[in-house]
Design a protein around this ligand. Structure first.
Ligand code: NAD
Ligand code: IPM
Ligand code: MN
Length: 360
């Protein structure tokens, strides 16, 4: 029996609530599959850990995580700890040190999911965002000079390396080629006269290796508009770290809400564990009430199954989510329902079990 060792960093706010449901679903799928299982190890890192120990994770945390096949993360950040500390010292450091340079974020409107766009065909919202995840605007390079003085200056540098830019664009081309879909690059070379001019140039260069992939290129401001007014233009999309962050929240809004948006932080070389997490944060405004929507974290669990090569089970989870949305009676309040987090997880497990029985 193949055993996958998963490090669970449930984190803050609704993180632990939604992760519990994802763990339930993963265990259910493994039980049905019968030829693999999960061994979950929980790490109590996050803002509460910080308030006790003055750090977001154990000193040897990164070393400990290396031994796992994957990391399953809830959310990080809570009032009381400055966000730039909580996120940099846990989530962002993992993405960077484990070279998880590909952030895969599907923006796909499932049947039954609410869409605020009335003039758009539902099937036209089916994008796959590939966000650069280790450098760019999130390089962390900069300085804060003459702090508090009249001549105070703050520098926040974007870093776009040849290696980092080429590899994310190439990964996106490979994905588009494999899926037989077009690839759109989103940048901003009119204003960012070094980084994004370079990005566009690299996109152009790499595109020559993939003559079979149809390409488009948009400025980020226009792209934000077009995602709403004409979403069918976007199939596979490649963009920088910050643009990808912002645009995938736009994506979440048009594809069922932030409670449904999932992301995978992938180290394609598999030298380090990859990390799976919902796109949303710790939702302090609803934390502790047991009403956080677990579907995003469950969707990210399906991305974990894909990563392990069990695409059929990954799809089984997405199909079950879709069926749950179509049924429409076991949904959390953000989806206009009145179910609790665990009721959604339980219903999903029932759906998975039933569909499995029908398939046999
Ligand atoms: P957020 O995603 O936590 O919340 C935004 C809004 O969406 C809130 O009203 C919240 O209640 C709602 N929401 C989010 N997820 C939901 C879910 N699963 N079910 C129901 N409602 C949900 O974003 P924010 O308020 O900007 O940030 C809160 C904290 O989370 C901050 O500390 C921020 O830095 C952090 N954050 C962490 C991550 C991460 O860990 N990956 C991502 C984004 C924000
Ligand atoms: C996300 C989050 C993170 C990001 C934050 C919390 C650092 O917003 O995963 O979308 O910007 O990458
Ligand atoms: Mn974000």
């Amino acid at each position: 029996m193949k055993k996958y060792k998963i490090a669970v960093i449930a984190g803050d706010g609704i993180g632990p609530e939604v992760i519990d449901e994802g763990v339930k679903v993963l265990n259910k799928v493994a039980a049905l599959a019968g030829n693999f299982e999960f061994d979950f190890t929980y790490f109590p890192w996050g803002c509460e850990f910080y308030s006790e120990h003055g750090k977001m994770m154990a000193d040897d945390g990164m070393e400990l995580l290396k031994a796992f096949d994957a990391i399953y993360l809830g959310a990080v950040g809570f009032p009381g700890v400055p966000d730039h500390i909580s996120l940099w010292d846990l989530l962002l450091i993992i993405r960077k040190e484990f070279d998880q340079y590909v952030n895969i974020r599907p923006v796909k409107l499932l049947e039954g999911a609410h869409c605020p766009l009335s003039e758009v065909n539902r099937e036209d919202i089916d994008m796959l965002f590939i966000r650069e995840n280790t450098e760019g605007e999130y390089s962390g390079a900069g300085d804060w000079l003459f702090k508090g003085k009249e001549n105070e200056v703050v520098l926040q540098n974007g870093v776009f390396s040849r290696k980092g830019t080429e590899r994310i664009i190439r990964y996106a081309f490979e994905t588009a080629k494999k899926q037989g879909r077009s690839l759109t690059s989103i940048s901003k070379a009119n204003a960012l006269n070094y980084s994004m001019v370079f990005w566009d140039q690299v996109f152009e260069e790499v595109s020559k290796e993939y003559p079979e992939v149809e390409t488009s290129s948009y400025l980020v401001d226009a792209a934000a508009m077009l995602m709403i007014s004409d979403p069918k233009r976007f199939e596979v999309v490649v963009t920088s770290n910050l643009f990808g962050d912002i645009l995938t929240d736009v994506g979440a809004a048009i594809a069922g809400g932030i409670g449904l948006a999932a992301g995978a932080n992938i180290n394609p070389e598999r030298e380090f564990p990859s990390m799976f997490e919902p796109v949303h944060g710790s939702a302090p405004d609803i934390a502790g009430q047991g009403i956080g929507n677990p579907l995003a974290s469950i969707w990210s669990a399906s991305q974990m199954l894909d990563h392990f090569g069990y695409e059929q089970y990954g799809k089984m989870i997405i199909d079950a989510i879709e069926q749950l949305l179509i049924e429409g009676h076991t949904l959390t309040p953000d989806m206009r329902g009145s179910a609790s987090t665990s009721e959604v997880g339980d219903r999903l497990i029932d759906i998975i079990a039933t569909s499995q029985t029908l398939n046999v």
